[in-house]
Design a protein around this ligand. Structure first.
Ligand code: CDP
Length: 223
């Protein structure tokens, strides 16, 4: 069977990863969360004291790229130089800085090369911001997820509280609005609806609803 590439783009907390996981499980494809890769790089920069509230030493971070191994080798969990960092990358500290890291073109080049390499291994579902527009412009099927800001804030807040993070709705609101702004207005690969993408609204009907719409489209391609 030919390899299938499904892309899911959209803003923060629109439900991209949940949909991507469900599709990957249903068809036996690999799920790649490209946002987790940008979060891993941000975590690395913070951990190595190259990024804090006052400083971002992007030059040193770029020079270290050949020594940074980001992968999904351990049960689909993200690893940084062999260590699982699934919990670390979801912290508010990382969320508050990831868009600053992700707007650097040299860092994006590194990520895009990695994402294409991962995508060349077989059928994949990859979610992010520029997957259908830049990483795989010739993907088999592209989706773009939308949801209202209110739904997104409440969804992300509930997720963080469930994980035990002590965070207010206001903090989540500020973080999501800031990231929306930076991600949509950067020069390199801004968040856009990719050409030929199918736009799905994930406001109230829930995962099952968009999963049914998405799999109906995918099935048309598979038969
Ligand atoms: O999970 P959430 O929706 O909050 O975001 P994410 O998918 O984990 O992505 C975190 C950040 O990484 C985004 O806010 C973008 O700044 C960046 N990102 C990107 O620039 N390009 C991608 N393909 C994926 C994420």
């Amino acid at each position: 069977m030919e390899s299938i590439i499904i892309t899911i783009d959209g803003a923060s907390s629109t439900g991209k990863s949940s949909l991507a996981k469900a599709i990957a499980k249903h068809y036996g494809f690999t799920h790649i969360d490209s946002g987790a890769m940008y979060r891993a790089l941000t975590f690395y920069a913070q951990d190595k004291k190259l990024l804090n509230n006052r400083l971002f030493d992007v030059k040193t971070l770029i020079s270290r790229l050949p020594t940074i191994d980001i992968d999904f080798s351990k049960n689909d969990e993200i690893t940084l130089n062999g260590k699982t960092i699934e919990d670390e990358i979801r912290s508010m500290e990382v969320s508050n800085k990831v868009s600053i890291v992700a707007k650097e073109p040299r860092l994006r080049q590194f990520m895009v090369a990695k994402q294409r390499h991962l995508g060349a291994k077989g059928s994949v579902v990859m979610d992010g911001r520029d997957i259908g527009s830049v990483v795989f412009p010739n993907a088999t099927i592209k989706f773009f997820l939308e949801a209202s800001t209110e739904v997104r804030i409440n969804r992300r807040h509930a997720e963080l509280v469930e994980k035990g993070e002590n965070v207010s709705v206001e903090e989540v609101h500020t973080n999501i609005e800031k990231r929306d702004h930076i991600d949509s207005n950067r020069d390199d690969s801004p968040l856009i609806v990719p050409e030929n993408a199918i736009v799905l609204s994930n406001d109230k009907d829930g995962l099952m609803h968009i999963f049914t719409l998405a799999t109906t489209e995918i099935d048309k391609h598979l038969t």
